[in-house]
Ligand binder design. Sequence first.
Ligand code: ASP
Length: 344
Amino acid sequence: MKNSILLLFFSLILMNCESTSKEEKINDFAIIIHGGAGTILKKNMIDDMEAAYKAKLEEAIKVGHTILKNGGSSQEAVLKTIQVMEDSPLFNAGKGAVFTNAGTNELDASFMDGKTLNAGAVAGVKDVKSPIELAIKIMTDSEHVMLSGEGASTFAKEKGLEIVDPSYFYTENRFQSLQKIINQEKTDLDHNDKKANFYDPIIKDSKFGTVGCVALDKFGNIAAGTSTGGMTNKRWGRIGDAPIIGSGTYANNKTCGVSSTGWGEYFIRSQVAYDISAQMEYQKKSLKEATTDVIQNKLTKLGGTGGVVALDKNGNMSFEFNTEGMYRASMDDKGELIVKIYKE
Ligand code: ASP
């Protein structure tokens, strides 16, 4: 009897140790970003290009890290970090947005605040320089969560956000990618390949350059944001996962924050970002367990490609993707910086 009481006592202590170690706060503040996932192979990348991507990721994450280190909010860190990437032609967001089939650029973005569960999102906007700023404005200054197209532009103007001529988003590189896909489509049609659909050529040569950021500030607040031009050759006002709360972006102080990148249709159907948070909340999974299950198991089984960056309330961080590469970086409260592109 005495022995079984002792055994029970020690088991309880052990169980308690295990749950405390799982819950241990490892970073007072932290930040993690992505610049898109896809078929990014070392053999196809020239050294200068690789250096340029790494430098921009480092520049962006350091902006957010400095804000957090100085006691700024996760919202501010996400906004300013994403804006560095939106202003760069390297990524498929803001300046470097991909082209639609009609030769236009239509941008999507979303933001979520893990403390209040407030969110803002914008879809299909053509003349707002910083879609992530607009997403945040929609959250803070309107009673809505998502605005689209011309209405979203009108709101941006009314709120004094920077408006640009649509030609601001023209980059030769992205325009040529569209021409390549349109030519490929014509070839498929000439060969009477009825099965070819407009996403095929994109996916075969896929590089999803969306940008995203998740930050945890010193007050324990998690924020997440995502900004994109969508997918090259998109038509009919197609909207991807990036502006959809629960798919492209999610944040909850009780669990984690997530930003996604990849083939948006699959991320919408899988509710990727919310599923990660839900697995942590209801199944008590760790961040790593939840991101692995959602990306490597569920998304992959469905046929989706891409990845996420995620950060939990204790400052654990996770990069998870099922593609050849993902532009990515993280920084913890000790200032340790990780910048990577390939699988490794
Ligand atoms: N997820 C984005 C979309 O489907 C594309 C990307 O991640 O680059 O619109």
